[in-house]
Design a protein around this ligand. Structure first.
Ligand SMILES: Nc1ncnc2c1ncn2[C@@H]1O[C@H](COP(=O)(O)OP(=O)(O)OP(=O)(O)O)[C@@H](O)[C@H]1O
Length: 319
């Protein structure tokens, strides 16, 4: 059983009369790379700002590192590193000197500067002015700043925003290393679903301030959503549709002259084929398709999949 490093209970938040978070129940397991996803305006940044004490904690309970955010804000923030989009850097100073200023603020030992430079791969460029840094280097320096006090948890809001493919890859590889080699829990929001797919172990998908899915990436692919889809073309799709529906197969919305059915395994594909042939239909095409994260995300946020009961069984406990 793993403990949760972030937990929210019935979290609500309003800007004036506009409610932007609705009973949000977030559960971030310790040790995870946790992708926090949602369409524009879903409430991701608002949640992150609350977690970082940048907005007042509203109705509901927020626990970080097992402590109540309302009562232990300072201690929680000391144990949490963050980066919101782009780091604020002193552009006329070197990477090293930016780190030195921050080190004094958080009272980290001097040796920590060399350590974080090494972790983010900026040792060689430490004494160059940061105005000469590429966006990817600046972003890695931002992560070095977040790591200065050696926090257990990193909260990153769109850390790859504006980066080119190689910058995105550098940041992704860094996050994976921080998680694997240094045991950091990483909570990150991103619109780059293919990036989340490559590095996250857990994720939450929210929309209109409410939770649509929370659990492991594996569960999302294999579990509730049955991400394997069989596409079918027959001599009479209308009859095939009716036959399959009458036999409790789940048909998915599909464009063109093709039927789409959720399937569990290849034996089921063979059964469907036999069933249609026995009922006098000719089967012209059978092909399986596995949803990727982007397709699942679009299905979930469009509401093609019922938004209830999409929470993985809780296998974790509080800190
Ligand atoms: N300071 C504010 N005052 C009023 N409304 C706000 C404020 N900040 C955000 N909102 C509204 O709250 C809702 C959630 O916004 P938020 O920035 O948290 O979404 P998001 O999921 O981070 O979106 P994006 O992916 O576009 O960054 C939106 O409807 C937004 O317009």
């Amino acid at each position: 059983m793993k403990p949760f490093i972030i937990e929210t209970h019935g979290l609500n938040y309003s800007f004036g009369k506009r409610q932007v978070l609705q009973n949000l129940e977030l559960r971030v397991p310790q040790g995870a790379i946790f992708g926090f996803l949602g369409p524009n305006g879903a409430g991701k940044s608002t949640t992150i700002r609350i977690l970082l004490g940048l907005l007042p904690v509203p109705k509901g309970q927020v626990l970080v590192h097992g402590q109540d955010l309302k009562e232990n804000r300072i201690d929680i923030l000391r144990r949490t590193g963050s980066l919101i989009e782009m780091p604020t850097l002193y552009r006329h100073l070197s990477g090293h000197d930016n780190l030195e200023m921050h080190r004094r603020m958080v009272q980290a030992p001097k040796a920590r500067i060399a350590e974080v430079l090494q972790i983010v791969g900026l040792t060689q460029d430490a004494h160059r002015k940061t105005k000469e840094y590429s966006l990817g280097m600046s972003q890695r320096l931002g992560i070095a700043l977040a790591l200065m006090a050696d926090p257990e948890l990193l909260i990153l809001d769109e850390p790859t925003n504006g980066l080119d493919p190689s910058g995105i890859r550098e940041v992704r590889e860094l996050l994976v290393r921080l998680n694997r080699d240094f045991g950091k829990t990483i909570f990150l929001s991103s619109h780059l679903l293919s990036e989340i797919e490559k590095c996250a172990t857990e994720l939450a998908i929210i929309d209109k301030g409410g939770m649509l899915y929370q659990g492991s990436l594996q569960h999302l692919y294999e579990g509730t959503f049955q991400s394997n889809v069989l596409q079918l073309e027959t001599s009479n799709n209308a009859i095939a549709h009716k036959l399959l529906e009458d036999h409790q197969y789940q048909l998915l919305p599909q464009e063109d002259d093709v039927l789409a059915v959720q399937v569990q395994d290849k034996q089921q594909v063979a059964r469907i084929n036999r069933f249609l042939v026995v009922n006098g239909l000719e089967v012209f095409r059978l092909s399986t398709h596995t949803y990727n994260l982007e397709e699942l995300f679009l299905n979930i946020t469009k509401g093609d999949v019922a938004a209830t009961a999409i929470q993985e069984p809780v296998l974790f406990e509080r800190l």
